[in-house]
Design a protein around this ligand. Structure first.
Ligand SMILES: [Zn+2]
Length: 213
């Protein structure tokens, strides 16, 4: 469909949630708001760790750690959840899509039936979000001795239905006994949070751009 920029918001309303549009105004260079999305919550535990906290608690903990680090860099930060509650996926993208100046970062931990699986990876849906995913991966890879599994394309709901620059982070495997032992350590999660904040701000030279700038 041929469309001018002016009709994009209307189209978005008509087409969402069936089809997400990366709004033209949304850009990696000018976002001021970061929507942090701790994966899972409530009855949805996410991945079960071989020992310790389940994925839903680890994601919330990391998001809580990232928030003040971004605020210190001048960003406005919104969390899709701040407690152990279930938020539908559409509610998560709805928060992002309601903020034209936002970028969206979903936080997850991985699990696999193969116990040896390990490492961190980041995902994007719209190719224009790929640099965002790459910036964060380059910071978190190796930050606790983990290896990089790369930046990958995926049609995940929270990415596909997102109108903003959006990435989903998989911060390591809680199904891997050695990796899980590290991820259960709050000091490791703090280090991860610091690297995530650096990665988010990387395209802006480390600080949120000036409003209107
Ligand atoms: Zn998850």
């Amino acid at each position: 469909m041929i469309c001018t920029l002016r009709c994009l918001p209307l189209l978005a309303v008509l087409l969402l949630p069936g089809c997400a549009l990366f709004e033209e105004g949304a850009s990696l260079s000018n976002f001021h708001t970061v929507v942090l999305d701790p994966g899972h919550g409530g009855y949805d535990n996410g991945a079960k760790a071989v020992k310790g906290l389940p994925e839903k608690m680890l994601t919330l903990d990391v998001a809580r750690r990232v928030k003040p680090l971004l605020e210190a860099r001048g960003y406005h930060v919104i969390m899709t959840r701040t407690t152990d509650i279930f938020i539908p996926l559409g509610g998560r993208t709805g928060i992002s899509n309601a903020h034209p100046d936002a970028a969206f970062v979903s936080i997850h931990f991985n699990s696999a039936s193969r116990r040896a699986a390990n490492g961190v990876e980041t995902f994007y849906y719209n190719p224009r979000s790929a640099p965002f995913a790459r910036n964060i991966l380059s910071e978190i890879a190796c930050c606790y001795g983990s290896h990089s599994r790369g930046v990958k394309y995926a049609r995940y709901y929270v990415l596909h239905h997102n109108m903003r620059p959006a990435t989903l982070l998989e911060l390591g495997f809680v199904s891997n006994p050695a990796e899980n032992a590290k991820l259960q350590d709050p000091a490791v999660r703090q280090r991860l949070a610091e690297r995530i904040a650096v990665g988010i701000a990387k395209g802006h030279g480390g600080r949120a751009p000036l409003i209107g700038g």
